[in-house]
Design a protein around this ligand. Structure first.
Ligand code: BG6
Length: 430
C-alpha cells in the first residue's frame, strides 16, 4: 500500500461504517483522510526500517507543526509484540517530547511464564504507564456498569458477600463457531481465548473489594487482589467440551473437527465450565461458576447472582408458598441491562407466591450503546488506563489457569446448538 491506496481504503470503510448513505459524507471523509492519514511500510523490520519510520514520523510532525504525541497500536501477530517493542525502543521511538503509548491486543502470552516474559520484554523499552493492554470486554458499557452498579448503590454493596449470596454464575455463550480462525483457535482453545481474559475480568469486577477511587491504579490493584485469592483449580473443578455437528437457528452446522483447517483428531476445547473458590473473607464458601462455549444455543453473556433464600419460610408450600431466591442478572449482551427477581403475592385467597422481575434496559433508556473499541481508543488518547489490563493482572490471571493448562482433561462432545456437554452439570453437584 501507499498513502493514496491506504486513504482510499480507510475513507471507504469509515463511510460504510457510518451507514454509507450520503455521498456528501463520503467526500468530507475522503478529504479528511487525505489531510490526516499517511502510510509507511516497515519492510523487513530491520533496525534501518525503524530508523526510516522515525524519520517519516518526525518529518510529518514538523511539516504539520504537531506535538509529538504518538500511539503505536500493535495490530500484529502476538509473537512479534516483544521484538517490535524492542525495535521501537532501539530506534528511540519509545519516547518523544510529547507522550508515547503502546497498545497491545490479547493474547498476552499463552501461559504464566510467557506472559511474564512478554511483560519483561515490553518493560525493557516502555514504562508500564505507557502500555495499554486491550481486553475489549472492559470497554463494553455493561461491563463498566458492574462498577457503577456495585459502588453507586449502597443497597447492593451491603448484601454483596457470603452472608447473602449463594452463588455467582458468569456465562458467555456464543452461537458463532470459529469462523475462519482455525489456525489461531487450534492452538488457543476456549480457555485461552475467552476464560483467562474476558470471563476472568468479569469475575474480578464482580468480586473485587471497593477501590479507593475510580482510577486505574486503585481498580487494577483490587482486581489483582481478588485474582490472587482464587484457590488453585482442581481437576474436578473443570469440564471441557467440543462442539459436534448440530443445528443453530434451524440451520445445520458442522462440528468443530469438520471446520476448515481443523485437524479431524483435534482435542481443542470449544467449551469450558469451571468452578472457582475465592478464598477471602467476602467470598469464602460462595462458588463462582464460569461457563463459555462456541456454537451454543444462543449468544448470551450474563452475570447471574443468586441470593440466599430466607432462612425460614413462613408460607405453606402446599398452598403455593414455596420461596425462590432473589436473583440478579446483569445482562452484558445482548438486551444490555439488568433484571432482578422478587417474590410477590399472587392475587387470590391463598398466600401463594410468584417470582416477578424488575428490569432496566439500556436501549429503552439510552438508545444504542457506543462500541467498546470506541471507548478504549478514546481512553488511549486521553491517557486513562482504567479499562486496560495491567502487567500484574495478566500474570495473576494466567496463574489461576496454570494447573488446568498443565493437566490433561477429557474433552466431551456436545451438539452445536445446545448449552454444552451434560457433564458440566456435575460441577454443581459435588
Ligand atoms: C474475542 C475472541 O476476544 O472475543 C472471540 O477471540 C470471541 O473468539 C470474541 O468471539 C467475543 O467478543 P464479543 O464482543 O463479540 O462478545
Amino acid at each position: 500500500m501507499d498513502d493514496v491506496s491506504f486513504r482510499k481504503d480507510a475513507s471507504e470503510s469509515i463511510h460504510s461504517h457510518l451507514g454509507g448513505k450520503r455521498a456528501a459524507d463520503a467526500k468530507k471523509i475522503a478529504a479528511w483522510c487525505d489531510k490526516h492519514l499517511f502510510y509507511h511500510a516497515i519492510g523487513k523490520s530491520t533496525a534501518k526500517d525503524f530508523e526510516l519510520l522515525r524519520a517519516r514520523i518526525e518529518e510529518l510532525e514538523q511539516k504539520n507543526k504537531l506535538t509529538s504525541n504518538r500511539v503505536f497500536y500493535l495490530a500484529i501477530p502476538p509473537p512479534a509484540f516483544g521484538p517490535t517493542a524492542k525495535s521501537l525502543g532501539k530506534a528511540g521511538l519509545n519516547t518523544s517530547s510529547g507522550w508515547t503509548r503502546l497498545v497491545i491486543e490479547k493474547p498476552f502470552g499463552t501461559d504464566e511464564k510467557s506472559a511474564e516474559e512478554l511483560n519483561d520484554q515490553l518493560h525493557k523499552h516502555f514504562h508500564e504507564n505507557q502500555i495499554y493492554r486491550i481486553d475489549h470486554f472492559l470497554g463494553k458499557e455493561t461491563v463498566q456498569n458492574i462498577v457503577a452498579f456495585r459502588f453507586g448503590n449502597a443497597l447492593f454493596e451491603s448484601v454483596w458477600n457470603r452472608e447473602k449470596i449463594e452463588k455467582v454464575e458468569i456465562i458467555v455463550s456464543e452461537d458463532l463457531g470459529i469462523e475462519s480462525r482455525a489456525d489461531y483457535y487450534e492452538k488457543s482453545g476456549a480457555l485461552r481465548d475467552m476464560v483467562q481474559n474476558h470471563l476472568t475480568q468479569l469475575m474480578a469486577l464482580t468480586a473485587m473489594e471497593i477501590p479507593l477511587a475510580f482510577d486505574a491504579e486503585d481498580i487494577r490493584y483490587e482486581k489483582v487482589k481478588v485474582l490472587k485469592s482464587i484457590a488453585p483449580l482442581r481437576k474436578e473443578d473443570v469440564v471441557m467440551g467440543q462442539y459436534a455437528e448440530g443445528e443453530i437457528g434451524g440451520e445445520g452446522v458442522v462440528g468443530y473437527k469438520q471446520e476448515e483447517g481443523v485437524s479431524p483428531k483435534s482435542t481443542t476445547e470449544t467449551f469450558v465450565a469451571l468452578r472457582m473458590r475465592v478464598e477471602n473473607w467476602r467470598w469464602h464458601g460462595v462458588p463462582f461458576y464460569l461457563t463459555t462455549g462456541k456454537r451454543m444455543k444462543e449468544r448470551r453473556s450474563e452475570i447471574i447472582v443468586t441470593f440466599r433464600c430466607p432462612p425460614i419460610s413462613i408460607f405453606d408450600p402446599r398452598k403455593g408458598g414455596a420461596v425462590s431466591p432473589n436473583v440478579l442478572v446483569i445482562a452484558v449482551q445482548p438486551n444490555e441491562g439488568f433484571r432482578i427477581s422478587f417474590e410477590v403475592k399472587a392475587p387470590g385467597t391463598e398466600m401463594g407466591l410468584k417470582t416477578e422481575w424488575m428490569h432496566f434496559s439500556y436501549s429503552e433508556v439510552f438508545g444504542p450503546l457506543p462500541e467498546a473499541y470506541h471507548t478504549l481508543i478514546v481512553d488511549v488518547l486521553e491517557g486513562d488506563q482504567t479499562l486496560f489490563v495491567s502487567a500484574d493482572e495478566t500474570v495473576a490471571s494466567w496463574k489461576i489457569y496454570s494447573p488446568v493448562l498443565q493437566s490433561k482433561h477429557t474433552v466431551y462432545p456436545y451438539p452445536a446448538g445446545s448449552m454444552g456437554p451434560q457433564e458440566a452439570e456435575r460441577l454443581r453437584k459435588n
